[in-house]
Design a protein around this ligand. Sequence first.
Ligand code: SF4
Ligand code: SF4
Length: 685
Amino acid sequence: MKKIDPYLKAVLDNFTTNYFASRDRAFSGLDFESLRQELAEIREQSLERNQELLNQFIAQAEKLGSKVILAKDSEEANQNALNILKKHRINKLVKSKSMVSEETRLNDFLIENGIEVRETDLGEWIIQLDKEHPTHMVLPAIHLTRKDVAKIFSKKLGREITDDPALLVRIAREQLRKDIFEAGAGLTGANALIADTGAMMMVTNEGNGRLVSTIPPVHIVFTSIEKLYANLSQVFVLLKMLPRNATGQVITSYVSLIAGPHNQAQYIILVDNHRSELMADSVFKPVLRCIKCSACLNICPVYRLLGGKQYSHIYMGGIGTLLTAWIHGLEQSKDLAGLCLNCHRCDEICAVKIPIADLIIALREKLNLELGKPVFKEMIFDLVIAHQNLHQTLFKMARTARPLLKTKDNFARKLPAPFGKYERFRALPLPAEKSLTELWKTQSASTIKEQGLEVKKLQLYPGCLVEHFYPEIGIDAAKVLNRLGYQVDLIEAGCCGFPALNAGFREAGEGVLAQLMKKIKAENTIITLCPTCTLMLKRAGEKLSAQVFPFNKFIFEKELGSIQNFVPDKKLNKTICYHESCHQKHSLKANEASLELLKILAGENFIALKNADSCCGFAGSFSLDHPEISEALAMDKIYSIRESGAEVLALDCPGCLLQIKGACYNSGLKIQVLHLAQVLASYLL
Ligand code: SF4
Ligand code: SF4
């Protein structure tokens, strides 16, 4: 169970609000999409040509007078650093920021071997004094406020220090400059290794990197083998992206190009630590495109709740989980892999288009295959979900038990301990009296397939939540489509297979998808009512992908004219706001269709919801695995909804509906939570 610290949450929320405002300004006038495409291609080529570029870099750097050392793992890298210090009889080392040295735990190793190590990046120094580790790749002490820093400084100096930022910086500068001039060696990282010249590029904001790399008589560069670029013009593309995506700056305060030693001995230690294996892996190789800008952390809802102490081994967040699996071993990544909501926000902001969310699913599969499947999940996915008949039978049994489970408000009765944590913040729904398939059979003759309208045919895939819990959404969707002149056939299948796939049970997930595919007619358009099911169906190949439409997008793109004809007769006379579901927005990019429809239909009754795209915390089985995170996200959502004052909340995802409706109920917030199909039905029928 993770701990949600409200104080840390407030610190990170405050930081990210400012970060996104600066980032927007820094990218204004630039096309982020084409820039990241260009950088992704550069990084990909560099990984393709890694050995060639590495050889070229070593040859050129050695011509400039540097000594390059290749280290296969952390032990070798740390030992080499120690050997250099011993060779030059150095007992004090100053460092500027290097995540690779965190990766190898260099400081601990050197200190154990009698070396005094002093971090000179302000954030790194603060956490060194606090005996902590970085919690963010760019801003290592992001979890601390200036009050915290003042306390740490007071403890270190043995006197009361106020939290005046100018004073804190002055104290740090005086202390750290003294250290830099005393030290026998300076250690820096490098953001880029330039193959055709043997030079290195380093960005910092404090100038300490320049002092550390030039003042002490020995300079050690401690970095990793994937940071190669063919030439300086490629590094300029990196420079255009890195500060903007990392800190919302157009350029960092210091950009240093280091070409050979500066009246000193210079060693370049290049760490492999399983990167060569990762480079050879066709699925996970994109992980090494990463430029460590940390934008994916800043946008990650889980990182923003847990911070980098809980959502990291050494590297943080989703990309950190992937790096950990390769660099520090699968075992270390096991718990981290379960923390991802698969919201796909990080994919949208990644500087080099790494498909982080999908790679985490691939990692879950690798974990299941190599470390063994969790027994409970194996029962659910390999035995129940994989066998649709058994799945359907279990739901039928649950429907029979409905009268026993029902409360007066039509939610499920409270679960006995220890299951109470799953419903502490949200009431759970009951299985519907009749599944959609059953209901469809009773209503189809008169309502669903309206007489005389057999002009255009569609198939409707409801997904299992609509099939078993919210059949009324399926009925309303069919009625709306009917009203617009479509004959709708129901695809009688339960699960699409995504829950199994998401948990790393790919075979089971794809097996379920294959069963579903048999029910799809090649010539038909398929309408879906759940963004996650839509994503899953789109995995089944390009042809099917072109046939599948989320309900809202279909209506908006094909039937906007007809819908507009109904506006004068609008019946829903209530204020309405819209929650943007993660898969609908960040994967399918289909949220705008709903927004536009609602604005047209509701007119001045439409209210913009603050943080409309913040995750509600459902994410399928995530809300069962991490109820504490799910609850915190749901409560933020409830806060925004309450603040909006709207009478109706519209959304496109039955999973979000389950979460938000149940959380509204438990929070005493009286609001109608409706799928867009239900909203449209109330206007059109
Ligand atoms: S998919 Fe969402 S939860 Fe997962 S790492 Fe990315 S931003 Fe974080
Ligand atoms: S994964 Fe992408 S967004 Fe995250 S740190 Fe790496 S480059 Fe930046």
